[in-house]
Design a protein around this ligand. Structure first.
Ligand code: URA
Length: 270
């Protein structure tokens, strides 16, 4: 089996870093692909983990599919409508978010984290596997803000339980910020455009974890079923101005903040 040390033409990078940045897999996952003999550079299988590639000249493929690094990675936010699963392809043929974002323009685009099919709102996409992996690391406590239409009206004791951190069946949730929004709050319309129904409330919940169905489970735990859920903030990103089903590219400043956030969290985790 052919292995290669440096393939250098000047500006080179480690092959596993290239693969992670191209959104193929995490660094560790990319190393596994390499050692499994699934990665080729200019047609030759490369298994040596120290191998370098020149992203501008070398042709890198995994299982026959060619990946490229673009000068600038793609970063965008989608205002996800209800009824779409957070996956780039669905064997069961359900509508998936891939059909709503420009995958042709940004090969390797994938969602950072997941929203339930019936949850609406801010879903971040990127081609930058490094940043995504860092933001998704369990130790990475990026704040996310949700608006939840719930059955019943949570009182001060229930809000306090959420703020202290409720114990879910998969362990204690970190303390959250929780409040009941007034009917006049402009954010209410994202979960109930026709106004808050009788015997219901809209809760603003800010959490810094991303466990499965976490918001629904936290609110259920304090006695309030979630009827509708919308995410309007992810770390420094705000969804304002993006129509349902539409996307927009992140501003350079937003990309910078995300990259910094990922780096800070990675350093924190070490
Ligand atoms: N929490 C949930 O319960 N669902 C989501 O989609 C996101 C967070």
């Amino acid at each position: 089996m052919e292995t290669s040390g440096s393939l250098g033409h000047g500006c080179t990078m480690r092959l596993q870093r290239f693969l992670a940045r191209a959104g193929v897999a995490s660094r560790r996952g990319s190393e596994n692909l390499m050692t499994a003999g699934r990665v080729r550079v200019n047609g030759r299988v490369v298994t040596e983990l120290g191998s370098k590639v020149d992203p501008e000249r070398d042709v890198v493929s995994v299982d026959g599919r060619v990946y490229a690094l673009f000068d600038a990675h793609g970063y965008l936010m989608l205002n996800k409508p209800s009824g779409y699963v957070t996956t780039m392809s669905d064997p069961q043929g359900r509508p998936c978010v891939a059909s709503l974002v420009p995958v042709d323009r940004f090969p390797g685009l994938f969602p950072v984290g997941r929203l339930d099919a019936d949850t609406t709102g801010l879903l971040l996409f990127t081609t930058n596997g490094d940043v995504a992996n860092r933001l998704l690391h369990p130790s990475c406590h990026v704040w996310k803000h949700y608006l939840a239409l719930v059955r019943g009206v949570p009182g001060p004791l229930e809000l306090e339980r959420l703020r202290r951190g409720v114990v879910l069946d998969d362990g204690a949730a970190l303390p959250a910020e929780a409040s009941v929004l007034s009917q006049g709050d402009p954010r209410v319309s994202s979960v109930c455009p026709g106004g808050i129904p009788r015997s219901c409330a809209v809760v603003g919940l800010r959490i810094r974890e991303g466990r499965k169905h976490q918001v629904k489970r936290m609110l259920k735990h304090v006695g309030h079923e979630v009827l509708r859920l919308h995410r309007d903030q992810f770390g420094p990103l705000r969804l304002e101005g993006v129509d349902e089903g539409a996307w927009r590219l992140l501003e350079p400043g937003e990309v910078g903040m995300l990259e910094e956030l990922g780096q800070k969290e990675a350093a924190h985790a070490r």
